[in-house]
Design a protein around this ligand. Structure first.
Ligand code: NDP
Length: 483
């Protein structure tokens, strides 16, 4: 056997990761794909990689040094299970099987258990950065047992993206921890993209600026505290002119956003864990709303402000508005990341993973879609206080929110008055005010629940659980705690 690692599944992600692995000193990479053509093509196009091609699982196993290490990059779901079964037939106990596909973390927990019971090591690993990241350096989020990490750590460190000298990979935690963190990464990505889209829409509709002019605004923002990959590519997308019509490309793209489901998983999981990720949820639902033309076709029938006839802001007023949008975007972004990290915290507590939240924010600084300077501030916050219950209460973020406060409120109010939908901006602000509130109307909800369902309530002034005899003489009695 000549190879120290193998890759199964040679579509875009697998072939690029295989090339990335092969380009590192000391690696010899075995490659296998269900249909032979992909293997032949990859090997023929990249002689420099020195791949060891295999055309059956037996050949693949025979080409790997022990303990064998195989990275699966196939379609998530059933195909992953099928490949794991094949590998277990030809591998030996102690070998390492890594699933780098976009698996749902509960599937990873199930697979890890089943594979471990047969004596193999199983690592569910989140891979972010798309095609280019896979080739040049992704952000990697491996879960799985400590034993596998000993072998894998050096290999993964060598292929990961590098941020300020540090490789963007860390052992996240056991079994499904890596895929869980990757899932939340994607949820945050949804929120970040929606917030940027709302900022663009507000500026365009309020100032009448062209997409190219707004591209300049984003390019400028990218030199400051909003500096990030998503802001950078936004400027590029807005600047693009359609070759066929000569109009801005963004104006000819159908306004229905697609989704592959990981944002929805983040929200479903948050609901199960009881974590309010309202900004991420709004971003997921904004995509759903956009992609239901049968519902949107009634838009003409609904009354509301018509901004097409209104005056646009100009000169200093437009500049001031744009600065307010920037601050509102920054504040809402802090909320989205805070909610995402709170979900990771809650997931870690529920599934008994010991996740270093600061390390997670650091491995997202390069290679992945949400890479940004901003993540250093999150790492600082957890370094100062590892058990921080709500990320946005860290002093740095409180300062930022203090600065952004007035602008944030103003933009949400203006959007509402002008009839411009800004669901992620406004729900982020509502979440923030919910955290701030001394009293919440949840007290009234408890009263209602007790009225119709005898669900009982607690009091602020004494211990115990109480129920009011609503259909009787309305006196209060002590009750069993039924929640
Ligand atoms: P695809 O998700 O399109 O999967 C295609 C690959 O899966 C092919 O190699 C195909 O083999 C193989 N495959 C499908 N069914 C089976 C099966 N039953 N048995 C064996 N092999 C099978 O490829 P991508 O490269 O886009 O993605 C790979 C994984 O990486 C996915 O899980 C994806 O979610 C994840 N991912 C993708 C990212 C991206 O940006 N695209 C980013 C991060 C993760 P064959 O050639 O024989 O059909």
């Amino acid at each position: 056997p000549t190879a120290n690692i193998g890759v199964v599944g040679l579509a875009v992600m697998g072939s690029n990761l295989a090339r990335n692995l092969a380009s590192r000193e000391g690696n010899t990479v075995a490659v296998y794909n269900r249909s032979r053509s992909k293997t032949d093509e990859l090997v023929a196009e990249h002689p420099e990689a020195g791949f060891v091609p295999a055309f059956s699982y037996e050949e693949f196993a025979a080409s790997l040094q022990k303990p064998r290490t195989a990275l699966i990059m196939v379609k998530a779901g059933g195909p992953t299970d099928a490949v794991i079964d094949e590998l277990m037939n030809v591998f030996e106990p102690g070998d390492i099987i890594i699933d780098g596909g976009n698996a749902l973390f509960t599937d990873t927990i199930r697979r890890e258990k089943a594979v471990r019971e047969r004596g193999f090591n199983f690592v569910g690993m989140g891979v972010s950065g798309g095609e280019e990241g896979a080739l040049l350096g992704p952000s990697l989020m491996p879960g799985g047992p400590d034993e596998a990490w000993v072998t894998l750590g050096p290999i993964l460190r060598s292929i990961a993206a590098v941020a300020e000298g540090e490789p963007c990979v860390t052992h996240i935690g056991h079994d499904g921890a890596g895929h869980f963190v990757k899932m939340v990464h994607n949820g945050i990505e949804y929120a970040d993209m929606q917030l940027i889209a709302e900022a663009y829409d507000l500026i365009r509709r309020a100032t009448g600026a062209s997409p190219a002019e707004i591209a300049d605004v984003f390019a400028e923002w990218n030199t400051g505290e909003l500096e990030s990959y998503l802001i950078e590519i936004t400027a590029e997308v807005l600047r693009q002119v359609d070759a066929e019509t000569g109009t801005p490309l963004v104006d000819v793209i159908l306004d229905q956003a697609g989704a592959k489901g990981t944002g929805g998983w983040t929200v479903q999981t948050a609901i199960d864990l009881g974590v309010p990720v309202s900004g991420i949820a709004e971003a997921v639902f904004a995509r759903s709303l956009s992609s239901h033309p049968e519902q949107r076709s009634i838009s003409g029938a609904l009354p509301g402000p018509d901004d097409s006839t209104g005056e646009h802001l100009t000169g200093a007023d437009a500049d001031a508005f744009i600065e307010q949008v920037r601050l509102a975007l920054y504040a809402s972004k802090i909320v989205a990341y805070s909610q995402g990290f709170d979900e990771i915290r809650a997931g870690a507590a529920h599934y008994d993973w010991s996740i270093d939240l600061g390390a997670v924010s650091k491995i997202w600084r390069a290679g992945c879609i949400i890479r940004a300077q901003f993540l250093n501030r999150i790492a600082d916050a957890y370094e100062a206080e590892p058990d921080l219950a709500v990320l946005l209460t860290a002093p740095y973020f409180v300062d930022a929110l203090t600065r952004a406060q007035d602008a944030w409120r103003n933009i949400v109010a203006l959007a509402a008055a002008a009839g411009i939908p800004a669901p992620a901006f406004s729900s982020s602000l509502a979440y923030y005010d919910g955290l701030r509130a001394r009293r919440l109307p949840a007290a009234l909800i408890q009263g209602q629940r007790d009225f119709f369902g005898a669900h009982t309530y607690k009091r602020i002034d004494k211990d115990g659980t109480f129920h009011t005899l609503w259909s009787g003489d309305r006196t209060e009695v002590e009750a069993e705690d039924t929640h």
